[in-house]
Write a protein that binds this ligand. Structure first.
Ligand code: UT7
Length: 331
């Protein structure tokens, strides 16, 4: 049975930097509050006209270049996002159009911050089953156009950023290398702990002027509950993955956790007994880019030489749904 190998990684973040200080123009917040509670110092926001598909295209071309491949080599696209460019169709088909590869299947994954790990689980199963040999896996998010940039929305507005990350996954025959396993979970009882209610199909009409006046078109979050679940579920999922492969935390070389909050990542690190240099954190510079955090962090860590051939890499995700998951990869 073939193994899923990461042949290339890539990322793209918009050039427009929004510092914590910039946010104080629009809301009652401070650099001290944001840094102390989240670790975030700045994030990137898209300029007018930049789409998710365009960011995804740039990240994908970087990943393809590292893999020594062309768009025409891709057999399938799996794309995680909670912020599609339009309500429908998904961003995957727009990315496919931008890459100029008509006919290639494009699947959008709706698993929020866990979108990349969920997508990896699907792509890995396709590769193992022999259905496709080269899959482009992308996480892309534009949060900035949907945030309440006022004191009312400050709990969420300071957290999120925009960006895209991509990986080219190929079928490999070397048993010593590739994705060892993926583990994904969800618990819909917590769906409304972090959610976007409007405009949605269960409402008639989908959005009203009253909804907009009340700010119901902005995302809502019970921050403390999300925090509590994130610091429990992510280590749990990593331990589940290690156990499934007869490994322990001592075998991990690098952990790439979803970048939700630096405090969350530090607690996950402590629970797994890892050193600082084993955990990839870039939330300080990008904030939480939802489905894009893990592939952006992976691509940066590869370029910095922190992830090298032969390393045991663990991924851990947690997000709205709640959804969560992990993956163990022999790089
Ligand atoms: O991928 C998953 C995505 N989400 C997450 O991972 C979020 C998880 N949760 C968190 O990271 C934290 O709960 C937050 C960073 C969002 C909030 O930190 P907290 O320590 O849980 O603060 P809190 O919500 O309990 O709020 C404490 C105070 C409140 O004021 P009062 O009621 O004590 O007067 C808030 O109104 O901080 C206030 N506050 C702010 N102050 C300045 C909330 N947001 C801000 C802000 N700036 N941006």
């Amino acid at each position: 049975m073939p193994r899923t190998v990461f042949a290339g990684t890539g990322y793209y973040v918009p050039e427009r930097v929004i510092t914590n200080h910039d946010l104080t123009q629009w809301m009652d917040t401070s650099d001290e509050w944001i840094v102390e509670r989240t670790g975030i110092r700045e994030r990137r926001w898209v300029p007018e006209g930049m789409t998710g598909a365009e960011m995804a295209r740039r990240a994908s071309l970087m990943a393809l270049e590292e893999a020594g491949m062309e768009p025409g080599d891709i057999d399938a696209i799996v794309l995680g996002t909670l912020s599609p460019d339009v309500f429908f169709p998904g961003t995957g088909v727009y990315l496919q159009k931008e890459l100029g590869i008509p006919g290639v299947p494009a699947l959008d994954v709706r698993a929020q911050c866990s979108g990349f790990v969920y997508g990896l689980s699907v792509a890995d199963a396709w590769i193992r089953a022999g259905q496709y040999r080269t899959i482009l896996l992308v996480g892309v998010e534009i949060q900035s156009t949907g945030l309440d940039i006022s004191t009312r929305g400050r709990d969420l507005a300071v957290l999120f950023g925009d960006g895209a990350g991509a990986a080219v996954l190929v079928a490999g025959d070397d048993d010593a290398r590739g994705v060892l396993s993926t583990h994904i979970h969800a618990d819909g009882r917590y769906a409304e702990m972090l959610w976007g209610e409007c405009g949605s199909s269960r409402k008639h009409p989908r959005i009203t002027c009253e909804d907009i006046e009340a700010g119901r078109h902005y995302p809502k979050m019970e921050g403390r509950e999300v925090f509590k679940h994130a610091v429990t579920r992510m280590p749990e999922a990593v331990l589940e993955a290690l156990d499934a492969n007869g490994l322990t935390t001592a075998d991990i070389d690098v952990l790439v956790p979803h970048q939700a909050n630096l405090r969350i990542s530090q607690m996950v690190q402590r629970r797994l007994g890892l050193r600082d240099d084993q955990v990839v954190n870039n939330i300080q510079r990008y904030g939480n880019t939802t489905a894009a955090t893990i592939p952006i962090a992976l691509a940066e860590a590869v370029r910095e030489g922190r992830i090298q051939r032969g390393h045991l890499v663990a991924l851990a995700a947690f997000g709205s749904g709640f959804t969560w998951g992990s993956a163990i990869i022999r790089w």
